[in-house]
Design a protein around this ligand. Structure first.
Ligand code: NAD
Ligand SMILES: O=C(O)C1=N[C@H](C(=O)O)CCC1
Length: 233
């Protein structure tokens, strides 16, 4: 597989190493604004860049007919625009807030737990995410997906950052050292608490999941998620 990497930071460099080890070829390493990347050489593009650059990179790829895997978080205010562009161009787009197998199983567990809790009055839900101090966006994309999973399967109308006023499922964001990513969903009552936790030990699960998704996406048309890749629907 010939891969174009958009973003050559922590994730881009790890993708390069793992892809090369498994016999894929990296045909471009784009680490800043570039209006003329070698799109004609790419079977697929993978974007792990910045919240402000993700949409432009995706758009460049879709217009050139290159399937694109998007791992960047914090750009979802433009997601519907990307979906529309994918439809117009007949292209392929797959976004995931988290590509690791463990987190995608955790997403399914979180939804199942939220459904179960509908028969258990007296519990309130709270979400906490901890990441490294370099992270630009908060709450994390993974925390937002978890919160949406609860909202879709419970009476919670919406989520909100913990410090924001008003009602809604509160998300606490902690930035600490070099933490790769920890997420805790807690359901508390006056007498007890149920916690489910996912802890990433390093970034390898994210990168391996993104490479797997990239090979899955080649040859397809439409907008997909990891639920499609992992058959979790
Ligand atoms: N979905 C997942 O599984 C997952 C996992 C890890 C990180 N992420 C997300 O991926 C993104 C990148 O994470 P990271 O840890 O590699 O960050 P990073 O800061 O280490 O790397 C981002 C890189 O993008 C480059 N860049 C800046 N402008 C660009 C442009 N216009 N086009 C291409 N590249 C550009 C920067 O120079 C930088 O090297 C973040 O949004 C993060 O939240 C997602
Ligand atoms: O390191 C990051 O940044 C991460 N971002 C994703 C998110 O926002 O959920 C996935 C975990 C790591």
């Amino acid at each position: 597989m010939k891969i174009g990497l958009f973003g050559y930071g922590k994730m881009g460099q790890l993708l390069d190493k793992l892809a090369t080890e498994q016999g894929d070829e990296i045909v471009a390493r784009i680490d800043g604004p570039d209006s003329d990347p070698p799109l004609d050489q790419m079977d697929v593009a993978i974007d792990f860049s910045l919240p402000e650059s993700a949409f432009d990179n995706i758009s460049l790829c879709l217009k050139a007919g290159v399937p694109v895997v998007s791992g960047t978080t914090g750009w979802l205010d433009r997601y519907e625009e990307a979906v529309a562009l994918c439809g117009e161009t007949g292209g392929a787009l797959l976004y995931a807030s988290n590509f690791s197998l463990g987190v995608n199983l955790f997403f399914a567990l979180n939804e199942q737990l939220a459904r179960l809790m509908q028969n258990a009055p007296g519990y309130a839900v709270h979400l906490e995410e901890t990441h490294h101090i370099h992270k630009l966006d908060a709450p994390s994309g993974t925390a937002i997906t978890l919160a949406e999973g609860v909202v879709e399967n419970s009476d919670y109308p919406a989520w909100k950052p913990e410090e924001a006023p008003g009602l809604g499922l509160p998300i606490r964001s902690i930035r600490e050292g070099e933490v790769p990513g920890t997420h805790v969903v807690s359901w508390s009552s006056p007498v007890d608490r149920i916690d489910i936790t996912h802890t990433a030990h390093n970034r390898e699960g994210f990168a391996r999941g993104a490479l797997f998704a990239a090979s899955w996406l080649v040859g397809k048309q439409g907008v997909f998620s990891m639920k499609d890749v992992l058959n979790l629907r």
